[in-house]
Design a protein. Structure first.
Length: 514
């Protein structure tokens, strides 16, 4: 299998991360109970469950009892088995299941807040998956599910439990209304290098129609390309989210807007841009986010930019930031947040906010610091990155508009050269960030920045130098970093104006890295 095919497979696997089995933990006087009908398939049949294809019970391999579920993906079907369970509003639940096989998913949809899922890339022995959620104020039922992945062997699931307030089924043969989902497999002719698998096309949900839940988080490919989508018209080609090519794995929507309340942000489609795009509405924008996610792309909201005035420097502003970004994630279905602040950051207060956002479903967290912010581990931005290293996805430093800077060897390098990229990236790589958290940020065209533009060929040379030790300039790192995460560009719109010269070249090269 080619590197690109592997990346496409991982992206697709991510997009289908909606699986069975929730175990609920909650507070209150009611005792926890398993609300799943026929949770261990001990009826010897699929009573209470609906499978999209190929599901059955088996007594040859089970976790406990006499039977377990087995289901085999085939063609465009991921062997999804689901059950709709009655729950209480505004209550916390825990979903668990024991699974065995490759790329087995467990999740819940229709929660009324943030739908959840978890998965395992491969289990040769029985292993437990677990996730939790809180239902919305009007939610009376959720759909739990488990599924496998395209081209993978049959998987096994057993002892599925959704624990929380409610009335457990009195009989394992109780009839349960279920929803079966069919997912369309993305075309393999694209050069997608994404992280999130497509979401299911039909699910039962009690979420208000104005609210869009985020796509369940899934693994990013080893090397990714990030690009900014401009929510304004500055002369670059204007695009809808759905028009962004799949060569981009992460789409950062630029930008959220600060409110009068310190730390709080909001988002509104730019009216002039919406008009230029033929009347682009908020509803269409939300639908386009789902479209991008369904084909394996992550869509995140970016905070900051050159004119960004967001300040998070105390407990109150930290809470305001976390709550407002979490609301945008719920309302629009964003996969996470990008921190592109150029007016200083606090590792203490921004770090706390990011942890709250991560817990609320914003699993993709990226940074776009200026080069001055990455000169040493003593810089506040760098300290923030290290403080949230366990949840940080990518640090995409801006290697432009910066003049000359020091490299990790103590020499001074000028922007616009391969040495500038490799010698400065070396500081972060040696300063505590993992290679899979470091990306190179460049303008997509000379129009994208005031200075520092480099050709896609130079960007590829720098990536090859860091990953393989080839294509280096006069500076060569003392070791290679095969896990180097990829590249970022400002912006997708400027790239579109230039015939996507950046994405087409850099994404193709990322597929050749180890």
């Amino acid at each position: 299998m080619t590197s690109h095919a592997k990346r496409a497979l991982v992206a697709l696997l991510s997009a289908l991360s909606v699986t069975v089995g929730l175990v609920l933990a909650f507070s209150g006087s009611a005792a926890a109970a398993n609300l799943v009908n026929n949770p261990g398939f001990e009826t010897g049949a699929l009573s209470g469950w609906a499978c999209s294809g190929g599901g059955s019970v088996t007594n040859s391999d089970k976790h406990t009892g006499s039977y377990a579920l087995t289901a085999a993906p085939a063609g465009s079907d991921n062997a999804r088995c689901s059950q709709t369970v009655t729950v209480n509003p505004s209550s916390k639940y825990t979903l668990t299941a024991w699974v065995k096989g490759s790329y087995v998913y467990l999740g819940a949809t229709g929660t009324g807040t943030t739908d959840v899922s978890t998965w395992t890339p491969g289990a040769t022995a029985w292993s437990q998956l677990s996730t939790s959620f809180t239902t919305g104020a009007s939610t009376r039922s959720v759909t739990i599910y488990t599924h496998g992945w395209y081209g993978q062997p049959a998987y096994l699931a057993d002892d599925i439990s959704l624990d929380g307030p409610g009335t457990p089924p009195t009989s394992t043969s109780t009839t349960v209304t279920t929803t079966s989902t069919t997912t369309t497999k993305p075309s393999t002719t694209t050069t997608t290098t994404t992280t999130t698998p497509p979401s299911s096309t039909t699910t039962t949900t009690t979420t208000p129609p104005t609210t869009t839940t985020s796509t369940p988080p899934g693994p990013l490919p080893k090397h990714v390309l990030t690009g900014y989508w401009q929510n304004f018209d500055n002369g670059a080609k204007t695009l809808t989210i759905a028009q962004v090519p799949t060569t981009y794995d992460i789409i950062a929507v630029a930008f959220a807007d600060a409110t009068a309340n310190r730390g709080e942000v909001t988002f509104t489609l730019d009216p002039a841009l919406a008009t230029k795009l033929g009347g682009y509405t908020d509803a269409q924008f939300k639908a386009d986010i789902k479209t991008a996610q369904a084909r394996g792309q992550k869509v995140i909201i970016s905070v900051g930019g050159e004119k960004g005035t967001v300040w998070v420097g105390d407990s109150a502003s930290s809470s305001a930031f976390a709550n407002s970004v979490s609301k945008l994630i719920r309302d629009y279905g964003f996969d996470g947040v990008d921190i592109d602040l150029e007016n200083g950051v606090s590792s203490q207060y921004m770090g706390a906010a990011l942890r709250t956002i991560y817990a609320n479903g914003g699993k993709v967290i990226t940074f776009a610091p200026q080069t001055i912010d990455g000169q040493s581990a003593q810089q506040p931005y760098f300290q923030l990155a290290l403080a949230v290293k366990d949840i940080l996805t990518i640090w995409n430093m801006q290697y432009y508009n910066s003049g000359t800077m020091n490299g990790c060897d103590g020499n001074v390098y000028s922007q616009g050269t391969v040495n500038f990229l490799t010698a400065l990236a070396c500081i972060q790589l040696q300063g505590g960030l993992r290679a899979d958290q470091v990306g190179l940020g460049l303008p997509a065209s000379p129009s994208g920045a005031g200075g520092g533009y480099q050709s896609p060929a130079n960007v590829n040379s720098a990536l090859n130098c860091l990953a393989k030790g080839t294509g280096c300039g006069t500076f060569k790192p003392s070791t290679t970093y095969p896990g180097i995460r990829g590249a970022m560009t400002w912006s997708i719109n400027w790239d579109a104006s230039n015939g996507y010269a950046f994405a087409n070249s850099v994404a193709a090269n990322l597929d050749t890295l180890p």
